[in-house]
Design a protein around this ligand. Structure first.
Ligand code: BTN
Length: 264
């Protein structure tokens, strides 16, 4: 356990055995609006792959679909990585799958918790959300110039606002004990680097297989809510592009690229 359990760069690098992630530069903010926003600014200025931005507190933590990520001081991991993958934009969702595997494996390795992944970007413990991932990309001439992948993890968060308290949890709530955030962040970086390397060397198929092994979604009856409609049915598969294939109650198949899944 680190001395202060603040996410200080000097403490993060101690015992970190990655080659790229967290190796170039780690920026630590006591408070910022969003670590993804800070990382995007740095990436626009040419910051290299592996640059890490962390904050003790976010005032405008970004979630999917313009939602706010609850980011109280010193409680969670709010971390954004700059990646410069050689992939076309339509493969960028692979980064989210890689990150979900890395974050879930880090939690499984360091805790005894019942950790599952929920499509597309949630990590659940005992059915409640403990972490979320937000990948944002910038493209240039038809290729990904950079991706910023943000991880928000509720580690020592004692409680949540009423509107999310039914659906959200933290390691503290599940175990009754505080957990050293630095240890978890290091383990995530290690696994993120290994999983990204695997994506480069072996392609998406083994990542997706691992993701499916950790997922709580396939075969389940769900309601999936989109901007303008929702469907109820069973999840047949997540296809090779990360798209959810849903069979509705009349037997029709739907390809869902993005939406919120409610397990029924
Ligand atoms: C979601 O589940 O909707 C995604 C949440 C992602 C939150 C993290 S916290 C660190 C990074 N900075 C942000 O502003 N968002 C991501």
């Amino acid at each position: 356990m680190s001395v202060s359990d603040r996410l200080l760069p000097g403490e993060i690098v101690e015992g970190l055995d990655t080659e790229v992630l967290g190796r170039k530069e780690i920026l630590h903010f006591e408070e910022t609006d969003s670590t993804n926003a800070r990382a995007r600014e740095l990436a626009d200025q040419g910051a290299p792959e592996g640059t890490l931005v962390v904050a003790e507190r976010q005032t405008q933590g970004r979630g999917r679909k313009g939602r706010i990520w609850f980011s109280p001081p010193g409680a969670g991991i709010y971390a954004s990585l700059i990646l410069r993958p050689s992939i076309p934009p339509h493969e960028a969702t692979r980064i989210t799958f890689v990150t979900a595997v890395a974050a879930a494996e880090a939690l499984l390795h360091l805790t005894d918790l019942n950790v599952r992944i929920k499509w597309p970007n949630d990590i659940l413990v005992n059915g409640k959300k403990v972490a979320g991932i937000l990948t944002e990309i910038s493209t240039e001439r038809g290729a990904v110039d950079y991706a910023v992948v943000g991880l928000g993890m509720n580690v020592n968060t004692p409680g949540f606002p009423d509107d999310i308290s039914e659906r959200a949890t933290s390691i503290l709530i599940e175990t009754g004990k505080r957990f050293p955030r630095t240890d978890l962040l290091r383990e995530y970086l290690r696994r993120q680097e290994a999983t990204l390397r695997r994506l480069r060397t072996s392609g998406f198929e083994p990542i997706l297989r691992r993701w499916k092994g950790l997922a709580d979604t396939i075969g389940k009856e769900i309601r999936v809510e989109m901007m303008d409609r929702s469907y109820v049915g069973w999840v047949e598969d997540i296809d090779s592009e990360g798209v959810l294939i849903l069979k509705d109650r009349k037997g029709a198949s739907h390809r869902i690229v993005s939406g919120d899944v409610v397990l029924l």
